[in-house]
Unconditional design. Structure first.
Length: 190
């Protein structure tokens, strides 16, 4: 049985709207055991270690990643590391550059966890900034109205991948639920 693993974004959680939509659909199909939604550490190296352990434990059955924002950045890195498929939803590109503006005290609004984002964490992200080497592995989902990230940077990094590009929208990817059956097919779950 293949698996789908959701990687949430910066200061988000495994219970984000997109993650819950996917879980609800899989649950309705009797496939909820095929869905992995870890709460990722705020520390980049720890988030990758957590994700790597889960991927390695399910690699033989097949696993697809879906990542949103910073989770999309992680999914791109892990897809290259393990040669697996990834769906990138409004992904953070060059996360080490983006998160410099957030150095200092952070509070995750979902979990209430407090922590300090430091230059060391930015350096961890920089080491993960890898190019895509196999375009067939990726599905890039973007909305032009993303108020947090410039969607054109994702188009530059992933120029020849499967693409869903929608006008308007926002960083949360408005009406994401419309794509769930298609992403389950991409993940070999339907």
């Amino acid at each position: 049985m293949p698996y789908l693993m959701y990687l949430h974004g910066f200061n988000s959680s495994e219970h984000s709207f997109k993650s819950r939509c996917i879980y609800d659909r899989l649950h309705s199909l009797g496939l909820s055991e095929s869905y992995l939604m870890p709460r990722l550490s705020w520390e980049p190296d720890q988030a990758i270690a957590q994700s790597s352990r889960l991927i390695e434990s399910h690699l033989s059955e097949g696993i697809t990643l879906i990542g949103s924002s910073l989770g999309g950045f992680y999914a791109g890195y892990l897809a290259e590391k393990y040669s697996i498929n990834a769906i990138l939803v409004n992904p953070a590109i060059a996360a080490h550059e983006l998160l410099v503006d957030y150095l200092g005290k952070q509070v995750n609004p979902y979990t209430q966890e407090e922590y300090q984002l430091t230059a060391e964490h930015i350096a961890q992200l920089q080491k993960m900034d890898a190019p895509a080497t196999c375009e067939e592995r990726y599905w890039l989902m973007l909305q032009e109205g993303d108020e947090v990230l410039d969607y054109r940077k994702a188009l530059q990094k992933y120029p020849d991948v499967r693409l869903t590009l929608e006008p308007l929208g926002n960083h949360s990817f408005v009406n994401f639920e419309r794509h769930i059956n298609t992403l389950l097919t991409f993940s070999n779950l339907l």
